[in-house]
Design a protein around this ligand. Structure first.
Ligand SMILES: Nc1ncnc2c1ncn2[C@@H]1O[C@H](COP(=O)(O)OP(=O)(O)OP(=O)(O)O)[C@@H](O)[C@H]1O
Length: 272
């Protein structure tokens, strides 16, 4: 019996892993300060696979936003490399869409016009109707199907962040980078937008990286939680795979038999 089982196991195919999409190699970031150089990140190694959702947690000031803005091409790289789909990141590009804590919409434009700005740049050859369809599709997906023509100033903070998420997905990026995207929202809206984000992410199968201060959010969203050490010279300290099946809903995740072990592991890292 044992031999038979071993034979079966030896014939089982290796699990097929999706290719690497986002890679940080020997990454280093130094900020000049009046007191001399401040090395925020040093020798940071990270590999994220296509379609993976990764959360990043770490103490305030450890360098999470620095890392994310470097991935976005918005912050100069002092050493090492970031690769997106094998291309070296040198500056910002439409293959990476960023959602910040505050969506910074142009207040005098409508929700549709705000999403359209990026869509026009990314799909210059598309007809006006096609571009509008893309914008409306994603606005509808984030729950703003009745608000295309509302001006940004007339939208609540939660609705503005919904536009921010629609705007990011509408660019059809390879990588979605989220920096505390729900940090400014009340807990109910936060929960709703986490659901919206996961639903679209799962459908689009894009690679996502989200910084969060919220351990529960990091577990709910991610396939893998990356823990950064405290700076200076911060790097990846540990990681935790979250194998909870998808699609996820909050109740099932909270009732998962390993949920409190995951939570405890992450809190333990943060407390030491
Ligand atoms: N432009 C800059 N010049 C000098 N130092 C900077 C600059 N930007 C960030 N820093 C410093 O680099 C460190 C990392 O900052 P960063 O914002 O990346 O951390 P963080 O982990 O995202 O923090 P938080 O969780 O509080 O948002 C901090 O000590 C910060 O003061």
């Amino acid at each position: 019996m044992q031999t038979q089982l071993q034979e079966v196991i030896s014939y089982m195919p290796e699990p097929v892993l999706s290719p690497e999409m986002l890679v940080c190699k020997d990454l280093r970031k130094v900020y000049p300060t009046p007191k001399g150089e401040y090395v925020v990140l040093d020798d940071l190694q990270l590999s994220i696979r296509q379609g993976e959702f990764v959360s990043i947690i770490g103490h305030s000031g450890c360098g999470k936003s620095t890392l994310l803005t470097m991935m976005a091409g918005l912050n100069e790289i002092s050493g090492g490399q970031i690769l997106v789909d094998d291309d070296v990141v040198r500056d910002a590009g439409p293959d990476r869409a960023v959602v910040f804590q505050s969506p910074s919409l142009l207040p005098w434009l409508t929700a549709l016009q705000n999403v359209m700005i990026g869509v026009k740049q990314v799909f210059p050859g598309a007809s006006r109707a096609e571009k509008e369809d893309i914008c409306k599709y994603y606005l509808d997906k984030v729950g703003l199907g009745n608000d295309f023509y509302k001006r940004a100033t007339d939208l609540s903070q939660g609705m503005q962040q919904r536009v921010g998420i629609a705007r990011a997905f509408a660019l059809k990026p390879k990588v979605l980078l989220l920096d505390e995207p729900f940090g400014m929202l009340d807990s109910l809206t936060r929960g709703e937008l986490q659901d919206v984000l996961l639903e679209i992410w799962q459908k689009e199968q894009i690679t996502a990286v989200a910084i969060t201060h919220d351990v529960d959010e990091s577990i709910f969203l991610a396939d893998r939680v990356i823990m950064m050490t405290s700076g200076p010279y911060a790097k990846i300290g540990d990681e935790l795979v979250i194998p909870i099946e998808r699609p996820r809903n909050r109740k099932d995740v909270l009732e998962h038999p390993d949920y409190y072990d995951y939570r405890g592991y992450l809190l333990n890292f943060l407390n030491h």
